[in-house]
Design a binder for this molecule. Structure first.
Ligand SMILES: [Zn+2]
Ligand SMILES: [Zn+2]
Length: 252
């Protein structure tokens, strides 16, 4: 258990939550998961380093974990490479992600893998421990290999869905989930159109089936109706859901 009562055992801060591309209000996908002693960045979508530095010094990041290779989830890494190599001169930061994401970073800026990011390829069978947080993974329903990420620390747990269509559920983790950050990229009206994302209703239903305690919706594209997501999620989840927003912190 966490001995410092001012620092909750496991929490997640939204660095960016805009779906597909950035909006005037938010960068793309990025989240800072922290225990009292450990800080890990989940996804580094474009623009997320700005909000990131409001919450932690770049020197204090223990690791990065990238869910998948789509550009809205990792393309801040080339900019962070500049920060690490030429700014704070920090090298070999532990970084975990799919082979596809690693290959794309290598194609863009191979030096980033030599200097800044010590990359370990992961898949859904991987188990990653950073400080006192343990991470496990589940392959979602998405056109490229995409990993939902579960973090556990001190008996508390949270899941970030990354991107997924309706043929994946957090039940796949077969483990408790106190807090879930679930994408809700499409409207209920767009369900069944073959778009590899879920609606608020679909996210809510799957979260309820998995016994999720608190549901946070994310990855809503710019200009789309967020209230529709919340209303649909509440029906599917059976209780109120919350929307992610840059800087918001949720405790598992
Ligand atoms: Zn995405
Ligand atoms: Zn994607």
């Amino acid at each position: 258990m966490n001995e410092n009562q001012d620092e909750p055992g496991l929490r997640i801060t939204v660095l960016g939550c805009s779906g597909t591309y950035a909006s005037p209000e938010s960068a793309c996908s990025g989240y800072l998961v922290q225990s009292a002693t450990t800080s890990v960045v989940l996804d580094a979508g474009p623009g997320t380093s700005m909000e990131l530095q409001r919450h932690i010094a770049l020197e204090d990041i223990d690791a990065f974990i990238l869910s998948h290779e789509h550009a809205d989830h990792w393309t801040e890494l080339p900019t962070l490479y500049h920060a690490f190599r030429w700014g704070i001169r920090r090298f070999h930061v532990p970084t975990y992600g799919t082979q596809g994401t690693r290959d794309l970073l290598h194609a863009v800026i191979p030096e980033a893998l030599e200097h800044a990011f010590e990359w370990t390829v992961i898949n859904e069978r991987s188990r990653v421990t950073v400080g006192d947080i343990t991470f496990t993974f589940s392959t979602t329903d998405h056109p490229v290999e995409t990993l939902a990420i579960r973090a556990e620390c001190g008996g508390r747990s949270l899941v970030y869905s990354a991107d997924t269509g309706p043929d994946w559920s957090p039940e796949r983790f077969d483990a408790p989930i106190d807090l879930m950050v679930y994408e809700a990229s499409i409207t209920v009206a767009a369900e069944g159109d073959g778009i590899p994302h879920v609606s608020g209703r679909e996210a809510g239903e799957r979260a309820r089936a998995a016994g999720v305690g608190t549901l946070v919706l994310t990855h809503v594209p710019p200009g789309e109706d967020r209230e529709e997501r919340l209303d649909a999620a509440a029906k599917g989840f059976g209780q109120t859901a919350t929307l992610a927003a840059p800087g918001r912190c949720f405790v598992a």
